[in-house]
Design a binder for this molecule. Structure first.
Ligand code: NDP
Length: 237
């Protein structure tokens, strides 16, 4: 078994983020989860942070490094929100806040994490996007744009930091059974289900295991990739 690594998962108190945190705990890693509120799986260290606030993100990393006694080696930028509505009705606030959380939030975490990773001469950045990022979705111009932006973010980081032992990848889940999707109207859920070749929705741990693989030694030569976990919905993009 490899040495325990210091892992930080944003939005790790529930849903996909909690499953990701649990997967790393199961592998024996040291795990910090952040969210605005909430504690995450047993065994993880919970730190409050708002990813829309640079000072809050920087402070959370500083606290995490102190508690774990060293830099964070694996960052999973998972925190995300939706504010779905049709284009002609979408307010500036609805567009900007979703991009600020989903895309700029991931950027803030990557920027802060890169300092420690450069010192370590290794690191794994994993951005949780969505099938909707590359597939699009009616009523999701804000969300889709934010999730597509993560691809450019990961690929630019790959080009910038690839020689420093740092990888940056995107995981694009399809329809996963969490609070976010349970809040969708039943008719919309049935529409998605009909379009998924696997014929079912996924459980959060099916995303978590892919994330853990991308953070593993075995995945050291994968960078700038978009890895779908969507039952075939996006056909590999
Ligand atoms: P949930 O709504 O269950 O959880 C969202 C998480 O993000 C919570 O932990 C929440 O913490 C955190 N969060 C939201 N805003 C902020 C913020 N400003 N600062 C810090 N944390 C914040 O979502 P899911 O588990 O379903 O989704 C997780 C990720 O996966 C998201 O990025 C989502 O877009 C993506 N995804 C989900 C899919 C699905 O089918 N469920 C499909 C494809 C992608 P808090 O408790 O503070 O609100």
């Amino acid at each position: 078994m490899s040495q325990p690594r210091n892992v930080l998962v944003t939005g790790g108190n529930r849903g996909i983020g909690a499953a990701i945190a649990q997967a790393f705990l199961d592998a024996g890693d040291n795990v910090v989860i952040t969210s605005r509120d909430g504690s995450g799986p047993q065994g993880a260290i919970a730190i409050a942070a708002d990813v829309t606030d640079s000072a809050s993100v920087d402070e959370a990393f500083t606290q995490a490094e102190e508690k774990l006694g060293g830099p964070i080696e694996v960052v999973v930028a998972n925190a995300g929100i939706t504010k779905d509505t049709l284009l002609m009705r979408m307010s500036d606030e609805e567009f900007a806040s979703v991009v600020d959380t989903n895309l700029a939030g991931a950027f803030r975490c990557a920027r802060r994490a890169s300092k420690g990773m450069l010192k370590l001469k290794r690191g794994r950045l994993i951005f949780i996007s969505s099938v909707v990022g590359l597939y699009g979705g009616p009523g999701q111009a804000n969300y889709s744009a934010s999730k597509a932006g993560l691809v450019g973010l990961a690929r630019s980081i790959t080009r910038e930091l690839g020689k420093r032992g740092i990888t940056a990848n995107v995981v694009a889940p399809g329809f996963i059974d969490t609070d976010m999707t349970r809040s969708l109207p039943e008719a919309q859920q049935q529409q998605y289900l009909a379009a998924i070749p696997a014929g079912r929705f996924a459980q959060p741990d099916e995303v978590a295991k892919v994330v853990r693989f991308l953070a593993s030694d075995e995945a050291g030569y994968i960078s700038g990739a978009v890895v779908p976990v969507d039952g075939g919905l996006g056909m590999g993009h």
